[in-house]
Design a protein around this ligand. Structure first.
Ligand code: 13P
Ligand code: SF4
Length: 303
């Protein structure tokens, strides 16, 4: 089947099965084209908590489909590529977190949504890159154990200096490797472009940027900005929406390494197979799900 046939079949199956296709901003263009909703981690979780379809086909990585299942237990949640994981989410386990909590008994545990259901269940509240500052500001206690992203954690620590943020040593393999020499080089080539970066980039990259935000916040910023040129410091998938929203503006990727191999696993063929063969279904232990839901619900109340 060519891609037009696949798109047609996907739309047909989606209708027949009362399914919805949600896609993260980092998905390949073809997949974003067939999606009903495209967004950042927060927007997609909010959507999954509220929609009325029977099946959610989650085009993203494992923790995102898990979050959809945590929030919508009665729905069938499908992850088209079962091996699409997030290496950063794997950098903290529930066991390791329990041990760290023992060392900081009074600390409130904030976990980035890029984490497993078991880690969410061990945490007090979740956050995403778009609401991490707001979530941390909402906490009364001074000591915060922030897992697993050290870069998002450092960014939050800078924005909320009144808190004592204890960092975990996790990082995103895609954003963490962006270097200052790449920033200098691209800034020299495009001196009149604004630099917009994701907080998963290292501290000095965020400090050198004109704007720091989640994928959706970067997309919204570029749309409302009066500038016409932007250097984009996040995964290349966002270029799809940026170019679609702003045909007269120009976007340069900060580094050619800004590709998440896991986000790129999902193709039109895998979305078709997911709907056709009802795979891969995400299921969770009910005890874990309920505890993880408390952390996500607390976040959603604040957002
Ligand atoms: P957001 O979409 O929330 O900005 O997160 C990006 C991300 O790392 C997803 O893995
Ligand atoms: Fe995980 Fe980074 Fe890929 Fe996001 S971009 S899914 S944090 S590896």
């Amino acid at each position: 089947m060519n891609s037009n046939d696949l798109k047609e079949k996907i739309l047909q199956l989606k209708k027949e099965k009362n399914a919805v296709i949600v896609a993260h901003n980092y998905q390949v263009d073809d997949v974003q084209e067939v999606a009903d909703v495209i967004g950042d981690s927060l927007a997609l979780s909010q959507y999954c908590a509220e929609n009325d379809k029977d099946i959610i086909v989650f085009c993203g990585v494992h923790f995102m489909a898990e979050s959809a299942k945590i929030l919508s237990p009665d729905k069938t949640v499908l992850l088209p590529e079962i091996d699409a994981g997030c290496p950063m989410a794997d950098m903290v386990t529930a066991d390791a977190l329990r041990k760290e909590k023992e060392k900081h008994p009074g600390a409130v545990v904030v976990c980035y949504i890029n984490s497993s259901a078991e880690v969410k269940a061990e945490s007090d509240i979740c956050c995403t890159s778009s609401n991490a500052v707001k979530v941390v500001k909402s906490i009364k206690e001074k000591d915060i154990l922030f897992v697993p992203d050290q870069n998002l954690g450092s960014y939050v620590a800078k924005m909320v200096p009144e808190k004592n943020i204890i960092l975990w040593n996790g990082y995103c393999i895609t954003h963490h490797k962006v270097s200052m020499s790449e920033v200098k080089e691209v800034r020299e080539i495009h001196p009149d472009a604004l630099l917009l970066v994701h907080p998963e980039c290292q501290k000095e990259i965020a400090e050198a940027a004109d704007f720091v935000g989640s994928t959706k916040q970067i997309i919204d910023y570029a749309k409302q900005s009066e500038s016409s040129k932007f250097i984009i410091g996040t995964e290349m998938g966002v270029l799809y929406q940026l170019k679609k929203d702003n045909p007269d503006k120009t976007f340069y990727l900060l580094s050619k390494g800004l590709i998440c191999p896991n986000m790129k696993k999902t193709s039109l063929k895998s979305v078709y197979d997911a709907l056709n063969e009802m795979k891969y279904e995400i299921n969770l232990d009910e005890g874990i799900r309920l505890k993880a839901k408390e952390s996500l619900d607390r976040m959603l109340q604040i957002s």
